[in-house]
Design a protein around this ligand. Sequence first.
Ligand code: URA
Ligand code: CA
Length: 448
Amino acid sequence: MRTVDLIVKKRKGEALEQEEIEFLVQNYVEGRIPDYQMAAFCMAVYFQGMNTAEVAQLTMAMAHSGEMVDLAPITGVKVDKHSTGGVADTTTLVLGPLVAAAGVPMAKMSGRGLGHTGGTIDKLESIPGFQTTLSREAFIKQVNELKIALVGQSGNLVPADKKLYALRDVTGTVPSIPLIASSIMSKKIAAGADKLVLDVKVGSGAFMKKKEDAIALAETMVQIGEQVGRETVALVTSMEEPLGTAIGNALEVEEAILVLQGQKQGALRELCLLLGAEILVLTGRVRDRQEGRTLLENLLISGAALEKFVALVAAQGGNPAVAQDTSLLPQAAGQEVVQALPEQEGYVAAIDAERLGVAAMTLGAGRAEKDDPIDLAVGMKLHVRQGDRVTAGQPLATLYYNKREKLEQALKLVRPAFRFSQTPVAPEPLVYALVTKKGVTALNGHSL
Ligand code: URA
Ligand code: CA
Protein backbone atom coordinates (compact mmCIF):
# COMPACT_ATOMS: atom_id res chain seq x y z
CA MET A 1 0.00 0.00 0.00
CA ARG A 2 1.28 3.45 -0.85
CA THR A 3 0.25 6.52 1.12
CA VAL A 4 0.03 8.67 -2.00
CA ASP A 5 -2.54 6.33 -3.55
CA LEU A 6 -4.73 6.65 -0.45
CA ILE A 7 -4.46 10.44 -0.54
CA VAL A 8 -5.50 10.44 -4.21
CA LYS A 9 -8.35 8.03 -3.54
CA LYS A 10 -9.77 10.31 -0.86
CA ARG A 11 -9.10 13.42 -2.95
CA LYS A 12 -11.34 11.88 -5.63
CA GLY A 13 -14.06 11.37 -3.03
CA GLU A 14 -13.86 7.59 -2.85
CA ALA A 15 -14.33 5.65 0.37
CA LEU A 16 -11.30 3.99 1.95
CA GLU A 17 -11.26 0.38 3.16
CA GLN A 18 -10.66 -0.47 6.82
CA GLU A 19 -7.11 -1.80 6.10
CA GLU A 20 -6.29 1.43 4.30
CA ILE A 21 -7.41 3.58 7.22
CA GLU A 22 -5.50 1.40 9.69
CA PHE A 23 -2.40 1.61 7.48
CA LEU A 24 -2.53 5.41 7.54
CA VAL A 25 -3.07 5.75 11.29
CA GLN A 26 -0.52 3.12 12.39
CA ASN A 27 2.22 4.29 10.07
CA TYR A 28 1.64 7.92 10.91
CA VAL A 29 1.87 7.27 14.66
CA GLU A 30 5.02 5.22 14.17
CA GLY A 31 6.66 7.95 12.12
CA ARG A 32 6.71 6.14 8.78
CA ILE A 33 4.26 8.52 7.14
CA PRO A 34 5.55 12.12 7.14
CA ASP A 35 3.47 15.09 8.29
CA TYR A 36 3.16 16.46 4.74
CA GLN A 37 1.37 13.36 3.51
CA MET A 38 -0.91 13.18 6.53
CA ALA A 39 -1.68 16.88 6.13
CA ALA A 40 -2.66 16.30 2.50
CA PHE A 41 -4.85 13.40 3.60
CA CYS A 42 -6.59 15.53 6.27
CA MET A 43 -7.23 18.23 3.67
CA ALA A 44 -8.73 15.63 1.33
CA VAL A 45 -11.02 14.50 4.18
CA TYR A 46 -11.86 18.13 4.92
CA PHE A 47 -13.17 18.57 1.35
CA GLN A 48 -14.54 15.09 0.59
CA GLY A 49 -15.77 13.92 3.99
CA MET A 50 -16.05 10.30 5.08
CA ASN A 51 -18.96 7.89 5.19
CA THR A 52 -20.23 6.39 8.45
CA ALA A 53 -18.19 3.21 8.14
CA GLU A 54 -15.00 5.13 7.41
CA VAL A 55 -15.42 7.48 10.39
CA ALA A 56 -16.06 4.54 12.70
CA GLN A 57 -12.98 2.73 11.36
CA LEU A 58 -10.86 5.85 11.73
CA THR A 59 -12.11 6.22 15.32
CA MET A 60 -11.19 2.64 16.24
CA ALA A 61 -7.81 2.82 14.49
CA MET A 62 -7.04 5.95 16.52
CA ALA A 63 -8.35 4.47 19.79
CA HIS A 64 -6.11 1.42 19.29
CA SER A 65 -3.01 3.55 18.62
CA GLY A 66 -2.22 3.55 22.38
CA GLU A 67 -3.40 2.14 25.67
CA MET A 68 -7.05 1.00 25.92
CA VAL A 69 -8.34 1.35 29.50
CA ASP A 70 -10.22 -1.71 30.71
CA LEU A 71 -13.01 -0.77 33.11
CA ALA A 72 -14.42 -4.32 33.20
CA PRO A 73 -13.43 -4.75 36.88
CA ILE A 74 -15.96 -2.02 37.71
CA THR A 75 -19.43 -3.42 38.36
CA GLY A 76 -22.24 -2.07 36.21
CA VAL A 77 -22.57 -0.19 32.95
CA LYS A 78 -19.93 2.52 32.67
CA VAL A 79 -21.21 5.71 31.10
CA ASP A 80 -18.97 8.65 30.40
CA LYS A 81 -20.04 12.23 29.74
CA HIS A 82 -18.16 14.49 27.37
CA SER A 83 -18.64 18.16 26.67
CA THR A 84 -17.15 19.79 23.61
CA GLY A 85 -16.07 22.64 25.85
CA GLY A 86 -17.84 25.60 27.33
CA VAL A 87 -17.41 28.54 29.67
CA ALA A 88 -18.67 28.49 33.27
CA ASP A 89 -19.39 24.82 32.64
CA THR A 90 -18.69 22.87 35.76
CA THR A 91 -21.16 20.12 34.93
CA THR A 92 -18.89 17.23 35.90
CA LEU A 93 -18.57 18.41 39.51
CA VAL A 94 -22.35 18.35 39.93
CA LEU A 95 -23.27 15.52 37.58
CA GLY A 96 -20.63 13.08 38.88
CA PRO A 97 -21.81 13.01 42.51
CA LEU A 98 -25.45 13.26 41.43
CA VAL A 99 -25.36 10.22 39.16
CA ALA A 100 -23.16 8.29 41.61
CA ALA A 101 -25.75 9.00 44.33
CA ALA A 102 -28.26 7.26 42.05
CA GLY A 103 -26.00 4.20 42.13
CA VAL A 104 -24.55 4.52 38.63
CA PRO A 105 -20.73 4.32 38.45
CA MET A 106 -18.84 7.41 37.29
CA ALA A 107 -15.26 6.43 36.48
CA LYS A 108 -14.18 9.72 35.04
CA MET A 109 -10.89 10.83 33.57
CA SER A 110 -10.80 14.54 32.88
CA GLY A 111 -8.42 17.08 31.44
CA ARG A 112 -6.96 20.43 32.34
CA GLY A 113 -8.17 23.72 30.93
CA LEU A 114 -6.72 25.25 27.81
CA GLY A 115 -7.58 28.58 26.22
CA HIS A 116 -10.92 30.07 27.18
CA THR A 117 -12.42 26.84 28.56
CA GLY A 118 -11.72 25.43 32.01
CA GLY A 119 -10.84 21.87 32.95
CA THR A 120 -12.27 19.67 35.68
CA ILE A 121 -8.86 18.65 37.00
CA ASP A 122 -7.77 22.23 37.66
CA LYS A 123 -11.07 22.95 39.38
CA LEU A 124 -10.72 19.92 41.65
CA GLU A 125 -7.21 20.98 42.60
CA SER A 126 -8.62 24.15 44.13
CA ILE A 127 -10.06 21.93 46.89
CA PRO A 128 -7.28 21.86 49.53
CA GLY A 129 -5.55 18.46 49.51
CA PHE A 130 -7.52 16.93 46.62
CA GLN A 131 -5.41 14.37 44.71
CA THR A 132 -6.20 13.97 41.02
CA THR A 133 -3.85 11.05 40.42
CA LEU A 134 -4.76 7.56 41.59
CA SER A 135 -3.23 4.26 40.55
CA ARG A 136 -5.42 2.26 38.18
CA GLU A 137 -6.16 -0.20 41.03
CA ALA A 138 -7.09 2.54 43.51
CA PHE A 139 -9.27 4.18 40.85
CA ILE A 140 -11.22 0.98 40.20
CA LYS A 141 -11.53 0.16 43.91
CA GLN A 142 -12.87 3.63 44.67
CA VAL A 143 -15.47 3.48 41.88
CA ASN A 144 -16.63 0.07 43.09
CA GLU A 145 -16.97 1.29 46.69
CA LEU A 146 -18.14 4.86 46.19
CA LYS A 147 -19.49 4.79 42.60
CA ILE A 148 -17.27 7.75 41.74
CA ALA A 149 -13.66 8.74 41.15
CA LEU A 150 -12.46 11.82 39.28
CA VAL A 151 -8.87 11.68 38.05
CA GLY A 152 -6.62 13.24 35.44
CA GLN A 153 -5.84 11.45 32.21
CA SER A 154 -2.84 9.22 32.62
CA GLY A 155 -1.15 6.69 30.44
CA ASN A 156 -0.61 6.84 26.73
CA LEU A 157 -4.17 7.27 25.50
CA VAL A 158 -4.69 7.86 21.76
CA PRO A 159 -1.23 9.06 20.67
CA ALA A 160 -2.68 9.23 17.14
CA ASP A 161 -4.96 12.05 18.25
CA LYS A 162 -2.20 14.03 19.93
CA LYS A 163 -0.13 13.93 16.74
CA LEU A 164 -3.04 14.46 14.35
CA TYR A 165 -4.57 17.28 16.35
CA ALA A 166 -1.29 19.20 16.40
CA LEU A 167 -1.01 18.69 12.64
CA ARG A 168 -4.61 19.76 11.98
CA ASP A 169 -4.09 22.83 14.12
CA VAL A 170 -1.41 24.18 11.76
CA THR A 171 -2.89 22.97 8.46
CA GLY A 172 -6.40 24.44 8.58
CA THR A 173 -8.03 21.04 9.02
CA VAL A 174 -9.51 21.28 12.52
CA PRO A 175 -13.11 22.14 11.48
CA SER A 176 -13.88 18.86 9.70
CA ILE A 177 -16.74 16.87 11.19
CA PRO A 178 -15.25 13.38 10.51
CA LEU A 179 -11.93 14.49 12.01
CA ILE A 180 -13.48 16.14 15.08
CA ALA A 181 -15.90 13.25 15.68
CA SER A 182 -13.17 10.60 15.44
CA SER A 183 -10.86 12.68 17.65
CA ILE A 184 -13.43 12.96 20.45
CA MET A 185 -14.85 9.44 20.17
CA SER A 186 -11.44 7.73 20.00
CA LYS A 187 -10.47 9.30 23.35
CA LYS A 188 -13.71 8.31 25.06
CA ILE A 189 -13.51 4.75 23.73
CA ALA A 190 -9.86 4.39 24.79
CA ALA A 191 -10.88 5.64 28.26
CA GLY A 192 -13.08 2.57 28.57
CA ALA A 193 -16.69 3.80 28.56
CA ASP A 194 -19.43 1.35 27.57
CA LYS A 195 -21.83 4.15 26.70
CA LEU A 196 -21.56 7.87 26.18
CA VAL A 197 -23.58 11.00 26.79
CA LEU A 198 -22.30 13.96 24.81
CA ASP A 199 -22.94 17.63 25.35
CA VAL A 200 -22.28 19.30 22.01
CA LYS A 201 -22.06 23.04 22.57
CA VAL A 202 -23.05 25.59 19.98
CA GLY A 203 -22.84 29.37 19.94
CA SER A 204 -20.47 32.26 20.37
CA GLY A 205 -18.56 30.60 23.21
CA ALA A 206 -18.31 27.18 21.54
CA PHE A 207 -16.14 25.50 19.03
CA MET A 208 -19.20 25.00 16.78
CA LYS A 209 -20.76 28.35 15.95
CA LYS A 210 -23.75 27.12 13.89
CA LYS A 211 -26.60 24.84 15.00
CA GLU A 212 -26.60 22.81 11.77
CA ASP A 213 -22.89 22.02 12.25
CA ALA A 214 -23.34 21.09 15.90
CA ILE A 215 -26.24 18.79 15.05
CA ALA A 216 -24.25 17.19 12.22
CA LEU A 217 -21.30 16.61 14.59
CA ALA A 218 -23.65 15.11 17.19
CA GLU A 219 -25.20 12.81 14.58
CA THR A 220 -21.79 11.65 13.38
CA MET A 221 -20.67 10.81 16.92
CA VAL A 222 -23.92 8.98 17.70
CA GLN A 223 -23.47 6.95 14.49
CA ILE A 224 -19.88 6.11 15.42
CA GLY A 225 -21.11 4.87 18.79
CA GLU A 226 -23.72 2.74 17.03
CA GLN A 227 -21.15 1.26 14.62
CA VAL A 228 -18.66 0.34 17.33
CA GLY A 229 -21.14 -0.95 19.92
CA ARG A 230 -20.91 1.93 22.40
CA GLU A 231 -24.36 3.44 22.54
CA THR A 232 -24.14 7.22 22.42
CA VAL A 233 -26.68 10.00 22.86
CA ALA A 234 -26.03 13.70 22.44
CA LEU A 235 -27.66 16.91 23.58
CA VAL A 236 -26.96 19.96 21.47
CA THR A 237 -26.87 22.86 23.93
CA SER A 238 -26.42 26.60 23.85
CA MET A 239 -23.14 28.33 24.57
CA GLU A 240 -24.49 31.71 23.49
CA GLU A 241 -23.80 32.83 27.06
CA PRO A 242 -21.81 31.21 29.86
CA LEU A 243 -23.62 28.18 31.29
CA GLY A 244 -23.27 28.93 34.98
CA THR A 245 -22.57 32.18 36.76
CA ALA A 246 -18.96 31.56 37.86
CA ILE A 247 -15.82 31.41 35.71
CA GLY A 248 -12.56 30.39 37.36
CA ASN A 249 -11.49 27.31 39.26
CA ALA A 250 -12.35 27.83 42.95
CA LEU A 251 -15.34 30.00 41.97
CA GLU A 252 -16.74 27.17 39.83
CA VAL A 253 -16.24 24.66 42.62
CA GLU A 254 -18.18 27.00 44.89
CA GLU A 255 -20.99 27.19 42.32
CA ALA A 256 -21.09 23.40 41.99
CA ILE A 257 -21.36 23.10 45.77
CA LEU A 258 -24.24 25.60 45.84
CA VAL A 259 -26.08 23.52 43.22
CA LEU A 260 -25.43 20.31 45.19
CA GLN A 261 -26.63 22.05 48.37
CA GLY A 262 -29.88 22.79 46.55
CA GLN A 263 -29.28 26.53 46.97
CA LYS A 264 -28.89 27.34 43.33
CA GLN A 265 -31.28 27.00 40.39
CA GLY A 266 -30.52 27.94 36.81
CA ALA A 267 -28.93 26.61 33.64
CA LEU A 268 -26.06 24.66 35.22
CA ARG A 269 -28.43 22.69 37.46
CA GLU A 270 -30.87 22.20 34.58
CA LEU A 271 -28.20 20.84 32.24
CA CYS A 272 -26.96 18.43 34.93
CA LEU A 273 -30.51 17.12 35.37
CA LEU A 274 -30.92 16.68 31.60
CA LEU A 275 -27.56 14.94 31.08
CA GLY A 276 -28.05 12.91 34.26
CA ALA A 277 -31.46 11.69 33.12
CA GLU A 278 -29.90 10.51 29.83
CA ILE A 279 -27.24 8.61 31.79
CA LEU A 280 -29.84 6.92 33.99
CA VAL A 281 -31.87 5.88 30.94
CA LEU A 282 -28.80 4.56 29.07
CA THR A 283 -27.74 2.42 32.02
CA GLY A 284 -31.25 1.08 32.54
CA ARG A 285 -31.40 2.61 36.03
CA VAL A 286 -34.77 4.17 35.13
CA ARG A 287 -37.38 3.52 32.44
CA ASP A 288 -37.61 7.00 31.01
CA ARG A 289 -36.27 10.54 31.22
CA GLN A 290 -39.04 11.81 33.46
CA GLU A 291 -38.40 9.10 36.04
CA GLY A 292 -34.69 9.88 35.82
CA ARG A 293 -35.22 13.56 36.35
CA THR A 294 -37.47 13.05 39.35
CA LEU A 295 -34.97 10.68 40.94
CA LEU A 296 -32.12 13.16 40.44
CA GLU A 297 -34.14 16.10 41.78
CA ASN A 298 -34.89 14.09 44.87
CA LEU A 299 -31.20 13.29 45.36
CA LEU A 300 -30.45 17.03 45.30
CA ILE A 301 -33.29 17.83 47.71
CA SER A 302 -32.45 15.04 50.17
CA GLY A 303 -28.78 16.03 50.35
CA ALA A 304 -27.68 12.63 49.02
CA ALA A 305 -25.81 14.20 46.08
CA LEU A 306 -23.95 16.61 48.37
CA GLU A 307 -23.10 13.71 50.69
CA LYS A 308 -21.65 11.84 47.72
CA PHE A 309 -19.52 14.90 46.89
CA VAL A 310 -18.27 14.97 50.50
CA ALA A 311 -17.37 11.28 50.31
CA LEU A 312 -15.58 11.79 47.00
CA VAL A 313 -13.52 14.72 48.32
CA ALA A 314 -12.60 12.80 51.46
CA ALA A 315 -11.65 9.67 49.50
CA GLN A 316 -9.27 11.65 47.29
CA GLY A 317 -7.55 13.43 50.17
CA GLY A 318 -9.36 16.76 50.00
CA ASN A 319 -10.88 18.75 52.83
CA PRO A 320 -14.55 17.72 52.84
CA ALA A 321 -15.48 20.74 54.99
CA VAL A 322 -15.51 22.81 51.75
CA ALA A 323 -18.95 21.36 51.12
CA GLN A 324 -20.30 23.38 54.06
CA ASP A 325 -17.83 26.27 54.07
CA THR A 326 -16.70 27.44 50.64
CA SER A 327 -14.47 30.11 52.22
CA LEU A 328 -11.99 27.23 52.67
CA LEU A 329 -11.37 27.41 48.91
CA PRO A 330 -8.58 29.70 47.64
CA GLN A 331 -9.69 33.35 47.86
CA ALA A 332 -8.55 36.21 45.65
CA ALA A 333 -7.15 39.39 47.25
CA GLY A 334 -9.30 41.89 45.39
CA GLN A 335 -12.77 42.28 43.90
CA GLU A 336 -13.94 44.71 41.25
CA VAL A 337 -17.57 45.19 40.30
CA VAL A 338 -18.49 46.06 36.71
CA GLN A 339 -21.72 48.07 36.61
CA ALA A 340 -24.14 48.89 33.81
CA LEU A 341 -23.60 52.36 32.36
CA PRO A 342 -26.52 54.77 31.97
CA GLU A 343 -26.53 54.27 28.17
CA GLN A 344 -26.78 50.51 28.72
CA GLU A 345 -30.17 50.67 30.44
CA GLY A 346 -32.52 48.18 28.84
CA TYR A 347 -32.16 44.44 28.34
CA VAL A 348 -29.15 42.14 28.14
CA ALA A 349 -29.05 41.12 24.46
CA ALA A 350 -25.97 38.89 24.52
CA ILE A 351 -23.11 37.83 26.77
CA ASP A 352 -20.01 36.74 24.88
CA ALA A 353 -18.92 33.58 26.66
CA GLU A 354 -15.66 33.25 24.76
CA ARG A 355 -14.59 36.80 25.59
CA LEU A 356 -15.39 36.26 29.28
CA GLY A 357 -13.48 32.98 29.20
CA VAL A 358 -10.48 34.83 27.78
CA ALA A 359 -10.92 37.56 30.44
CA ALA A 360 -10.84 34.91 33.19
CA MET A 361 -7.74 33.42 31.56
CA THR A 362 -6.19 36.91 31.55
CA LEU A 363 -6.84 37.19 35.30
CA GLY A 364 -4.83 33.97 35.65
CA ALA A 365 -7.63 31.35 35.80
CA GLY A 366 -6.60 29.64 32.57
CA ARG A 367 -3.72 28.82 30.30
CA ALA A 368 -2.78 30.28 26.95
CA GLU A 369 -0.12 27.54 26.58
CA LYS A 370 -0.28 23.96 27.81
CA ASP A 371 2.29 24.37 30.62
CA ASP A 372 1.35 27.85 31.91
CA PRO A 373 0.82 28.12 35.69
CA ILE A 374 -2.68 29.11 36.84
CA ASP A 375 -4.17 31.01 39.76
CA LEU A 376 -6.96 28.90 41.26
CA ALA A 377 -8.60 31.80 43.16
CA VAL A 378 -9.25 34.30 40.37
CA GLY A 379 -12.08 34.65 37.87
CA MET A 380 -15.49 36.25 37.88
CA LYS A 381 -19.12 35.93 38.89
CA LEU A 382 -21.85 37.05 36.53
CA HIS A 383 -24.91 38.79 37.91
CA VAL A 384 -27.09 39.00 34.79
CA ARG A 385 -28.26 36.64 32.07
CA GLN A 386 -29.47 37.16 28.52
CA GLY A 387 -32.93 38.77 28.58
CA ASP A 388 -32.53 40.38 32.02
CA ARG A 389 -33.63 43.98 32.43
CA VAL A 390 -30.86 46.27 33.70
CA THR A 391 -30.72 49.78 35.08
CA ALA A 392 -27.72 52.11 35.37
CA GLY A 393 -25.35 51.14 38.18
CA GLN A 394 -26.61 47.56 38.38
CA PRO A 395 -23.74 45.08 38.82
CA LEU A 396 -23.09 42.97 35.70
CA ALA A 397 -20.10 41.02 36.98
CA THR A 398 -17.65 40.88 39.87
CA LEU A 399 -14.02 40.17 38.99
CA TYR A 400 -11.84 38.37 41.54
CA TYR A 401 -8.17 39.24 41.05
CA ASN A 402 -4.76 38.99 42.62
CA LYS A 403 -2.78 41.27 40.30
CA ARG A 404 -3.93 44.80 39.45
CA GLU A 405 -2.34 44.87 36.00
CA LYS A 406 -4.17 41.68 35.07
CA LEU A 407 -7.43 43.20 36.30
CA GLU A 408 -6.92 46.19 33.99
CA GLN A 409 -6.40 43.87 31.00
CA ALA A 410 -9.40 41.72 31.91
CA LEU A 411 -11.71 44.71 32.32
CA LYS A 412 -11.02 45.66 28.69
CA LEU A 413 -12.55 42.33 27.69
CA VAL A 414 -15.39 42.14 30.20
CA ARG A 415 -17.13 45.43 29.35
CA PRO A 416 -17.59 44.71 25.62
CA ALA A 417 -18.70 41.13 26.38
CA PHE A 418 -22.12 42.47 27.38
CA ARG A 419 -24.43 43.80 24.67
CA PHE A 420 -27.69 45.59 25.40
CA SER A 421 -30.96 46.30 23.66
CA GLN A 422 -33.68 48.88 24.23
CA THR A 423 -36.37 46.30 23.53
CA PRO A 424 -37.00 43.02 25.37
CA VAL A 425 -34.85 40.06 24.35
CA ALA A 426 -35.96 36.42 24.54
CA PRO A 427 -33.18 34.28 26.04
CA GLU A 428 -31.88 31.38 23.92
CA PRO A 429 -33.18 27.98 25.02
CA LEU A 430 -30.60 25.85 26.85
CA VAL A 431 -31.10 22.78 24.65
CA TYR A 432 -31.73 22.72 20.91
CA ALA A 433 -31.82 19.04 20.08
CA LEU A 434 -31.52 15.50 21.34
CA VAL A 435 -29.70 13.08 19.06
CA THR A 436 -30.05 9.32 19.57
CA LYS A 437 -29.67 6.28 17.34
CA LYS A 438 -33.31 6.87 16.34
CA GLY A 439 -32.48 10.31 14.95
CA VAL A 440 -32.63 13.99 15.82
CA THR A 441 -35.41 15.46 17.94
CA ALA A 442 -35.66 19.25 17.95
CA LEU A 443 -36.43 20.66 21.39
CA ASN A 444 -37.81 23.93 22.73
CA GLY A 445 -39.39 25.04 19.49
CA HIS A 446 -36.17 24.90 17.54
CA SER A 447 -36.65 23.73 13.95
CA LEU A 448 -34.25 21.51 12.08
N1 URA B 1 -12.04 18.49 20.48
C1 URA B 1 -11.34 17.36 20.23
O1 URA B 1 -11.07 16.60 21.15
N2 URA B 1 -10.94 17.11 18.99
C2 URA B 1 -11.21 17.92 17.94
O2 URA B 1 -10.82 17.62 16.82
C3 URA B 1 -11.92 19.10 18.19
C4 URA B 1 -12.33 19.35 19.47
CA1 CA C 1 -15.72 21.89 31.14
